[in-house]
Design a binder for this molecule. Structure first.
Ligand code: SF4
Ligand code: SF4
Length: 114
């Protein structure tokens, strides 16, 4: 299971110099990780993956899941964490839904003959 660089990457180049295996490449300004070279930093002097540890973004460098469902749940958990971190998300959702529902109801009631 290798690491991968996502669309959150801001191309700061920090990971390039810290990777012990030279697995991080740049093509046309886009960073990517060669899974054949990435060892997850296992066997090196580092105790944590250096690309992930030094990345200034939240999700610019993430662990690449080895199978479909592992990837699906990793993505689900990431999205869920983002949603639940937005404390007012459900309140806004409920307000918007209630407002739209009221508008539809009033419009519908206006069409019903008295
Ligand atoms: S996990 Fe380690 S070996 Fe793999 S790309 Fe990141 S720094 Fe390089
Ligand atoms: S450290 Fe993170 S943001 Fe910087 S180039 Fe690497 S993956 Fe992209």
């Amino acid at each position: 299971m290798a690491y991968k660089i996502t669309s959150q990457c801001i191309s700061c180049k920090l990971c390039l110099s810290v990777c012990p295996t030279g697995a991080i490449k740049v093509v046309d300004g886009n960073h990517w990780i060669d899974s054949e070279l990435c060892t997850n930093c296992d066997g090196s002097i580092h105790t944590v993956p250096q690309c992930k540890a030094g990345c200034p973004t939240a999700d610019g460098c993430v662990k690449q899941p080895s199978d479909y469902w592992e990837g699906w749940f990793a993505n689900y958990n990431r999205v869920l964490a983002k949603l639940t971190n937005k404390q007012d998300y459900w309140e806004n959702w409920r307000n918007t839904y209630s407002q739209k529902f009221s508008e539809k109801l009033q419009k519908h009631q206006g069409q019903v003959p008295a």
